[in-house]
Design a protein around this ligand. Structure first.
Ligand SMILES: *Cc1c(COP(=O)(O)O)cnc(C)c1O
Length: 460
């Protein structure tokens, strides 16, 4: 596959070029020259194929011929010992994306990216050093994704005292090729330091530096896999069994649905394509879903559900794109006022095309809290604040008659136990998945540094 910059269609690079550079030299994002289609035999059997086989068929055209088939197969099996079950929850389906080691959907992108980097840099003498600044979630997924990967080490910068104890253990508790720096400052300071390090000539001579930024195509492409797998399953009329970490009350069956709100009819029906409701911030996840639809997965529509940072829903409604500063919410991984993947969406599709495929909706914190409480009370299912934005967003559109009845799945992008301080006051104790329980036993080992570049250079 060839990749172009969103800002310049004349010069193309291969998969390795796009992945190892991350951002195009002109400041644009890399997009594939074309979106491939599933072979007919694959398109019609997505409902019965296993997750790794769907991953192979989905990713292969994007990396061919630079990653040979047998290598890709190994890479996928090593990246995905977990899947993304489509489970029934109350009156609809939930696509659970939190069964990976850091209990958030970013595991799907980060784990593939780490292995792709390692393969594409095979034979290089100098080890690669990845620098990431994080406000919490990304750092954990990147650290875990690259843990133990040969030829690559990772340094995560996070604002000291401003991430949760669980997040700190995910970032700073691994050791090995992952090191953590607790910066005495804010997330913005961390980002500033990373930028300054990339511009420092003395570091460039000493180290090969790279980033694991969320706009990298290596993180985007594998996210199409769970859409295709879930859409195929639903089209065949089925769902999956609960996973080990599915956050359901043990008494769920006994809970009668709370009266009051009447919802839509969202259950799967054989032969009917599904609508996905995607809690969105930087819009990488939604972009990957659009790719899966274009590849031929049986998807009817997307709902882009945001918190009050509603730049894209406003664009879909008014046709004018107005990025703005972000505002803080309880679904903080989606606090993005200028979503970077919008540039990618706009390079592929016009406003009219987007309006046909995506419906936008925004949900404020009171509504998010209410959804967490009522979904638990009515159905015994625990939502995290991000998934709750999706759940509530679908109900809002249905009530406004902007969404028809029909199969619907909400993407649950993180496990609720990651956000216990917000969720538990509304639901009571959340069953803790084993993967997160293990993380709590780790001892965080970060080095503290002041928020200045000389301290970072010295630490590296
Ligand atoms: C990153 C993240 C999101 C937002 O995903 P985008 O691809 O940036 O739109 C949503 N929920 C959780 C839990 C996240 O970590």
């Amino acid at each position: 596959m060839r990749y172009y910059s969103t800002r310049n269609r004349s010069e193309a690079v291969g998969f390795a070029g796009a992945v190892l550079t991350g951002l195009a030299p002109d400041g644009g994002l890399f997009i594939p020259a074309e979106i491939p289609r599933y072979r007919e035999a694959v398109g019609t059997s997505l409902g019965t194929m296993n997750f790794c086989d769907i991953a192979f068929e989905t990713i292969k055209p994007f990396v061919h011929p630079e990653i040979p088939d047998p290598v890709l197969e190994d890479l996928i099996h090593s990246a995905y010992p977990f899947t993304a079950p489509l489970v029934e929850a109350g009156d609809r389906q939930v696509l659970e994306l939190f069964h990976g080691p850091t209990a958030a959907f970013k595991d799907f992108g980060a784990r593939f990216m780490a292995r792709a980097f390692s393969y594409l840099r095979r034979g290089e003498e100098k080890p690669l050093r990845i620098l990431v600044a994080t406000s919490g979630d990304t750092g954990g997924a990147v650290a875990d994704g690259f843990y133990g990967i040969p030829g690559i080490s990772v340094t995560v910068l996070y604002p000291k005292g401003r991430v949760s104890p669980l997040q700190e253990r995910q970032i700073a508790g691994l050791g090995g090729n992952i090191s953590a720096l607790a910066v005495e400052g804010s997330f913005d300071d961390c980002q500033r330091l990373v930028k300054a390090a990339f511009g420092d000539e003395s570091l460039k001579k000493r180290l090969v530096l790279s980033s694991a930024n969320s706009i990298n195509v290596a993180r985007l492409i594998p996210q199409g896999v769970y859409y295709a797998a879930a859409a195929g399953r639903a089209f065949a009329g089925g769902t999956h069994e609960d996973g080990e970490a599915t956050p359901r009350s043990r008494t769920a069956e006994k809970v009668p649905p709370a009266s009051g709100r009447k919802g839509g009819n969202f259950r799967v029906v054989p032969g009917q394509p599904i609508t996905f409701c995607v809690p969105s911030g930087n819009f990488g996840n939604l972009t990957a879903g659009l790719y899966a639809k274009k590849m031929g997965a049986p998807i009817k529509l997307f709902i882009a559900a945001t918190n009050i940072n509603k730049t894209v829903p406003d664009y879909l409604h008014s046709g004018s794109y107005e990025p703005r500063p972000s505002r803080a919410t309880i679904s903080n991984a989606m606090d993005v006022g200028a979503p970077s993947n919008f540039e990618r969406m706009a390079a592929h599709w016009s406003l009219e095309e987007m309006q046909k495929m995506i419906r936008g909706v925004s949900v404020h914190d009171d509504e998010t809290r209410r959804a967490i409480g009522t979904v638990h009370k009515s159905f015994g299912y625990f939502l995290d604040p991000h998934g709750a934005v999706g759940w509530e967003g679908a109900d809002k559109l249905w009530e406004q008659k902007l969404l028809e009845d029909g199969p619907l799945a909400v993407l649950a992008t993180a496990h609720p136990a990651k956000f216990g301080e917000t969720v538990e006051p509304l639901t009571g104790t959340i069953p803790m998945p084993a993967s997160l329980g293990k993380v709590l036993d780790r001892v965080p080992q970060a080095r503290s540094i002041p928020a200045d570049i000389s301290a970072l250079i010295e630490a590296l």
